[in-house]
Design a protein around this ligand. Structure first.
Ligand code: OSB
Ligand code: MG
Length: 369
């Protein structure tokens, strides 16, 4: 079957609440949506690059550039019969994983619709619901943070992750732990520390955290291995696992005990699945992270979260945790047992409401033959 066109749309989504991490605050979430025509079917993907190069070096403009100049022109007009072959057509471009992942996701969705399969089945997933966690940004006061935690715990989320940075760490975690002595809790530093902070990071061992996410350098594997020997809290790597090769190195070096997979960060669903499989072999449990996706990217993340070695709740929350109005129907909802139901229709399994996409679109372009 032939890829007929690739349409890109830069949309600006307004978050219900600003989201602050150690690298800055996000109020509006821009993202590039990809719509790919494959024979008579269409598929959707989402590029999770942000407004600036803060989480990774990619941003919406680099993604737009690489997609329009190199990635889309290389696939449009081509006959392709599997996601594997599709990836082979864009793998000569080095890096730019978020741009690649958005395009590859759109192909997966279209391909699964064409072969009449739900995406999660095509990936080898095997569950009906995924355990939902929530990631809470840095707040102005600890009271505000505790109120936010309370709200999500009451809603039924299975675990809470709080963002930490120097000056917003031990005391904050202690106070949250006092309120919730046994609720599944983890922290994410987004690379805000160095090995010179080892004493402080070691203090976190007292709080029975599920894990400590990405404390050190965003490309580091060596210092994390040193730190993991010193702290008991399992280290989970996010930013540092930027590829299948990085995952191999992290496993060999014992840099972490857990890995969070984000398809955007590693270059797509196929790379995510490879990392999942490597981790399963090495007894490293994984979970699926989030990048404040719209329902489109979230649907892809949910499909991945059905894989068997996903052993922790994911940063995949209900649509209403992020946006007033999501781009898909039905929106993702938190079930009474703290899970999100996996859509069973073909492809990503939810319908993209193009009228809403149009409402938020700042610019668009189509690459065709
Ligand atoms: O480090 O996991 C992160 C959002 C943007 C950039 C980095 C991260 C995050 C989150 C949000 O934690 C998780 C979500 O989408 O709910
Ligand atoms: Mg993280």
């Amino acid at each position: 079957m032939r890829i007929k066109s690739v349409e890109l749309k830069l949309v600006m989504m307004k978050l219900k609440y600003p989201f602050e991490t150690s690298f800055g605050a996000t109020h509006n979430r821009p993202c590039v949506l990809v719509k790919l025509k494959y024979g008579d079917v269409e598929g959707w993907g989402e590029v999770v690059a942000g407004e600036g190069p803060w989480y990774s070096y990619e941003d919406i403009e680099t993604a737009w550039h690489v997609l329009t100049q190199y990635l889309a022109p290389n696939v449009v007009g081509k006959d392709v019969d599997s996601p594997d072959r599709f990836c082979g057509m864009i793998s000569h471009v080095r890096g730019h994983n978020m741009a690649k992942a958005g395009l590859e996701e759109a192909f997966w969705d279209a391909y699964c619709k064409f072969v009449e399969q739900p995406l999660y089945k095509a990936l080898g997933g095997e569950r009906d619901g995924i355990e939902s966690g929530v990631s809470i940004g840095i707040k102005s006061t600890v009271d505000e943070l505790i109120k936010t935690v309370e709200n999500y715990v009451e809603k039924g989320y299975r675990r809470v992750k709080i963002k930490i940075k120097p000056g917003w760490d031990i005391d904050v975690v202690r106070k949250v732990r006092n309120e919730y002595p046994s609720f599944p809790l983890q922290v994410d530093a987004n690379s805000a520390y160095t090995l010179s902070d080892v004493a402080k990071l070691k203090e976190l061992d007292r709080f029975n955290l599920l894990m400590l996410e990405q404390p050190l350098g965003y490309e580091d594997l060596v210092d994390h291995a040193t730190l993991q020997k010193i702290v008991e809290t399992p280290i989970c790597l996010d930013e540092s696992i930027s590829s299948v090769d990085a995952a191999k190195a992290a496993i060999a070096l014992k840099s972490c005990k857990v890995i969070n997979i984000k398809p955007g960060r590693v270059g797509g669903l196929l790379a995510s699945k490879r990392i999942h499989d490597l981790c399963a072999e090495a007894n490293i449990p994984i979970w699926i992270g989030g990048m404040l996706e719209t329902g489109i990217g979230r649907a892809h993340n949910i499909a991945l979260a059905t894989l068997p070695n996903v052993k922790f709740p994911c940063d995949i929350s209900a649509s209403d945790r992020y946006y007033e109005e999501d781009l898909v129907e039905p929106p993702f909802m938190l079930g009474s047992n703290g899970t999100i139901a996996v859509p069973k229709n073909y492809g990503i399994g939810v319908e993209v409401i193009e009228e809403r996409v149009r409402k938020f679109t700042l610019k668009s372009t189509t690459v065709r033959l």
